[in-house]
Design a protein. Structure first.
Length: 306
């Protein structure tokens, strides 16, 4: 964590207008507050993950900026982080997505004034990221049921209905027969229809899936869902939504450090909301931490100093 005098003034903001409900006016209000306080924020728009990565790389190599800011959802943040994590530059966040799980994890402020002050003077926090296929993830990676929902989502529907846009895709995924696959969690094998490897406490918004996890600590919490019928999956989802562990007859949760699926062909996979297609899956710790800009009252900042 950084404790020296903060002198950030120059920001490159990567805005994904497809994230959430495209609250461009909120982003512009944050940038206006930065300008009022003597800073400068340059906005670049990126409509896909390749352009997000390209803009981040250009901004980092230019040497013109004190920080990169991801303005979008968790997928936008993850893609920007994949570039920034290899540097000493901090990553700022203006949450504009549907779920904004990382913003919930860090308890980020909502008001434009508070976000601008955070970017200009806030301390940095070192996050321990996961690694899947040489790509970092901040929050979680999953395989099976929930990853199969993502291709059914439409950006336009999410912008209009927000989280309600997930209802139709969830019901459609439940109507299908779930494919089972074998996963090794720290060497122990499980046959699953759904696997969540969580690096954070929260999942799918403000649901707490791993109450003992801290995104600043190494390791993960793995939830291996062995149920594959519609009723069993519904019971697991309801347990997660209510903040309770699912019945052990349907799922098992455990701390872990390494997760492997030898044959992932045809198994839906996602990391922080980004779909991935992989022949096999190995999840380990990323080699470097990601330094994110946060605020003085961030609960993780306080706990990391304890």
């Amino acid at each position: 964590m950084q404790r020296t005098e903060i002198t950030r003034r120059r920001f490159f903001v990567i805005h994904n207008p497809l994230s959430g409900r495209n609250r461009r006016e909120h982003l512009e209000a944050v940038c206006a507050r930065i300008a009022e306080r003597g800073g400068h924020a340059e906005i670049g728009s990126a409509h896909d993950y390749a352009s997000i990565r390209s803009l981040a790389e250009q901004a980092v190599t230019s040497g013109r900026f004190d920080a990169i800011v991801a303005a979008g959802g968790d997928g936008t943040i993850r893609t920007a982080a994949s570039v920034v994590i290899a540097t000493h530059m901090p990553l700022g966040i203006v949450p504009l997505g549907t779920g904004n799980v990382l913003a919930t994890e860090l308890a980020l402020p909502h008001a434009s004034d508070a976000l601008a002050d955070m970017l200009l003077t806030g301390p940095t926090l070192a996050l321990r990221c996961g690694d899947v296929a040489s790509e970092p993830f901040l929050l979680m990676a999953s395989a099976g049921f929930d990853a199969g929902i993502l291709p059914r989502l439409r950006h336009r529907t999410k912008r209009v209905f927000g989280k309600l846009a997930y209802l139709g895709p969830v019901l459609a995924q439940l109507a299908e027969r779930q494919r089972k696959f074998t996963v090794r969690i720290d060497g122990a094998s499980y046959v699953c229809s759904w696997l969540v490897v969580s690096n954070a406490r929260h999942y799918a918004g403000n649901f707490v899936i791993a109450p003992d996890r801290s995104i600043t600590a190494p390791g993960y919490t793995a939830l291996a869902v062995t149920a594959s019928d519609r009723r069993g999956l519904l019971r697991v989802m309801l347990a997660i939504a209510s903040g309770h562990p699912p019945p052990r007859t349907l799922a098992v949760a455990m701390p872990c450090s390494r997760v492997e699926i030898d044959d992932a062909r045809g198994v839906p996979i996602q990391a922080d909301g980004d779909p991935m297609s992989l022949p096999s899956l190995t999840i380990t710790d990323a080699k470097r931490p990601l330094h994110v800009i946060t605020h003085a009252a961030c609960p993780l900042l306080v706990s990391s100093c304890a």
